[in-house]
Every structure is written in C-alpha cells, then in structure tokens.
Design a protein. Structure first.
Length: 409
C-alpha cells in the first residue's frame, strides 16, 4: 500500500512538471535562424551593409520571449542595439529581423563570420550560437596609371632615355601578381627597349598605394618627329583569386628644338654710302625639321632698309638650308662691322613655336679700304684707263676727218 502511494505521488509530480510552461517550452519550442538576404553583395571594406535574419518557430508550442542577439567581431561592428526582442512567436510561424552592420576599412577580402545568439526564452532556455558567412570584396578592384613622364621630354632620333610610369591601387585591399607590359611591337612605333624587357612585375600592392615603374628605351635613328601612342597591358589578381586585365595608353614624343646656323652676307663688296642686296642665310643643322619660318630684319642708325622687312621662307628640312634677301642703303658715314638685327620665327615638326632674336654682322668697307685689299680697282688707275680710251677714240676720229677733207679737195 505504501509503495502504491509513492508511485502515485511520483506520477503526479512528473505530470505537473511536464505541464509547466517552462518545461513545455524547453521541450516543444524550437527556433531556427537563417540569413534571408544581405546587401550589397558582396560587401565592401569601409562601408556598411544591411542583413535580414529569418527566425522560424519550428517547435510545437508558442515561443514566449523569442530573442536574437548579434555578436559582431572584426571586421564587423554595429552602431545600434545588438539585441532584438521578438516576443511571442507562434508555432510554425516566422519573422524577419534587420540589422545594419559596419565593415572595417582594413577588412581583408574573402569570407568573414558574423556571429549571432538566439533563444525562444532567454530566461528558461539556453542561448544557441550560430555563425554566418559574409563575403567581403572590393567592388572596384582596379589599377590605374596616375602619371607618366619621359626623360627627355622629347626624344631626338637615336637618343636613349626613360619612361617613368606611376601606377596606383585604387582598391581598398591588396592586389597581387601585378604585371605591366609596355607594348613596343607595333611596326609604326620607333622605340625599342634597352638592357631589359618591357615587362615589369610587382609582387603586391596595398590598397591605395603607388608604385613607380621605369622602362629604359631608345628611339630608332631614322625616327620621324611626332607623338606616338604606346599601349600598356596590366594584369593583376585580388585576394580571393580573381584575375583582371586592363589596358592603358601613354604617349612618347620624338622632336625637340631645331638647331639653326645663321649668317648675313652681301651679294657684292659693300662700300660705305652704297645701296645693295644683303642675304640672310639659314642652315638647319639639327635633327628636327623646321616649319613656317619667317625672317624679319630691322633697320638701324647705320643703314636704311629699302625693301620689305619680312620674308616668309616656309619649311627647312634637317640638313638643308635657305636664304632671304633684303635691299639696304648703308650711310656714307659708316664703315666696319654692320650690325643687322634679325628675328627668326618658326615651328618645330611637332608645332612647338620658337622666336629667336639675333644680331648678325656684315663687313662694310670705305673706298680706300676696299682698294687697299684689292676688292675694288684704284681710282687713279681707272682715270688713266679712261684717258687712254678717250685718246684712242679721239685719234681715230681725227684720222677719219682728215681723210674726208683730203677727198673733198
């Protein structure tokens, strides 16, 4: 009898425990949490994203105090409340919970874990932990040409130099296996590498960093002046193994300043007080052609310019020459080295404008100086020659008249 009473008492205690709200929730209430969506996808370092968790009551009873807690670790953080109290969630029902999550700017590309905890009733149930994968990737993984300069700025034919290129990782994360190739294979490209190939390799570049690449090059000896477009092909990889290829164009210039040799000379020996033509000679002794050449002469106190002051010549190729003529009158009071102010205006083959002011000199002689140097005849000798000629002419005239008188008699 006593044993029967003990059995009945134990059964009553067990029945009351099973029927209690806490015990029922612990055995019959079960939550399931999953990620419904997050955007943007993938997320970017230094930005934020929104994530939606779906909370399902998969148990057989109502959840009295359903709770979800986000526990972010690097590279994630949250500005608002990490804990969301859902409250009552009926059996086989579900709800959505949204969080705004920050991503650290130093986050590494790849997959990172976002941790959460949840429970049907934190007061009576154990909190369950779970982690979800979030994909982090720099959306604008790119490598750009920041600047390019050559030394010299303009190459002469056959000249050696360098092309210096600065590349920048515009992404927030590290880029790897960077290869920059300068393509000089085109038949119209008058450049060639010196000493090493036209490929430069950089093992890795941190986000936002820059690197300088230098190529040693030489122009072909017969290269024409001009601006030449050179293709650059850039390949690289990001931290998650994605490969990228991009193309850029840089410009190299063949040209430079023309090298002119000039002088002035007279067509004949120039004497004080006389008028004559002077010739300004221009020799292009450089490697660069000259275009649209104009020569302008100005008169001074020592001579008067009697012709137009400006002559257009046009083009003078490398290793060629031309000249411009002007009519002048030198004052009788001047002798010696006559200074002739000249302005040369022209363009290079690449249309760079030049204006050179120069003073050329030409020798002007007095009559006596020219005679003493044998440049002109002596005035006394000229007089004798004139007298002799006149005497001979007079003699023949006399003989002729005498004969005519004899015939008349």
């Amino acid at each position: 009898m006593k044993n029967n009473r003990l059995g009945i008492f134990a059964f009553v205690i067990l029945f009351m425990f099973i029927m209690s709200p806490g015990a029922y929730a612990a055995t019959e209430t079960s939550l399931s949490v999953s990620v419904a969506n997050y955007e943007p996808l993938p997320v970017e370092p230094g930005s934020y994203f929104e994530i939606w968790f779906k909370v399902d009551n998969t148990g057989g009873d109502t959840a009295r105090d359903a709770t979800l807690i986000v526990e972010p670790e690097f590279p994630f953080s949250i500005d608002g409340d990490a804990e969301t109290s859902i409250g009552i969630l009926n059996r086989l029902d579900s709800t959505m919970v949204k969080y705004r999550i920050n991503v650290d700017s130093n986050a590494v590309e790849g997959t990172s874990k976002l941790n959460v905890k949840y429970s049907a009733d934190p007061n009576t149930n154990v909190m369950i932990s779970k982690s979800f994968d979030v994909l982090i990737r720099t959306a604008d993984a790119d490598l750009n040409i920041v600047s390019m300069k050559s030394n010299p700025e303009q190459f002469l034919p056959g000249q050696k130099g360098t092309a210096e290129i600065i590349v920048k990782n515009t992404a927030d994360s590290t880029l790897k296996n960077i290869k920059v190739v300068m393509d000089l294979s085109g038949v119209t490209v008058p450049f060639a590498p010196i000493g090493k190939s036209t490929t430069s390799i950089i093992k890795n570049m941190a986000g936002g960093s820059e690197e300088t690449i230098t190529f040693d090059i030489i122009t072909t000896p017969d290269a024409d002046s001009g601006i030449y477009k050179i293709p650059l092909v850039i390949t690289f990889s990001d931290n998650v193994g994605n490969n990228y290829t991009t193309s850029e164009i840089i410009s190299l210039i063949i040209g430079g300043a023309p090298d002119l040799l000039t002088n002035v000379e007279a067509d004949n020996t120039f004497l004080s007080g006389t008028t004559g033509d002077i010739r300004v000679n221009i020799i292009n002794k450089g490697l660069v052609d000259v275009k649209y050449l104009t020569v302008k002469v100005s008169g001074t106190d020592d001579f008067n310019l009697l012709s137009t002051d400006e002559v257009y010549i046009g083009n003078i190729d490398s290793d060629d020459f031309d000249s411009a003529s002007f009519k002048v009158n030198v004052l009788s009071s001047f002798s010696g080295d006559l200074s002739v102010p000249v302005v040369f205006s022209y363009m290079s083959a690449n249309n760079d404008a030049f204006e050179i002011e120069d003073t050329l000199t030409m020798k002007v002689y007095t009559q006596e100086e020219a005679q003493s140097l044998g440049l002109v005849g002596s005035s006394s000798k000229n007089t004798i020659y004139v007298i002799l000629v006149l005497g001979v002419v007079g003699y023949f005239i006399y003989r002729r008249r005498k004969k005519q008188k004899s015939k008349n008699k």
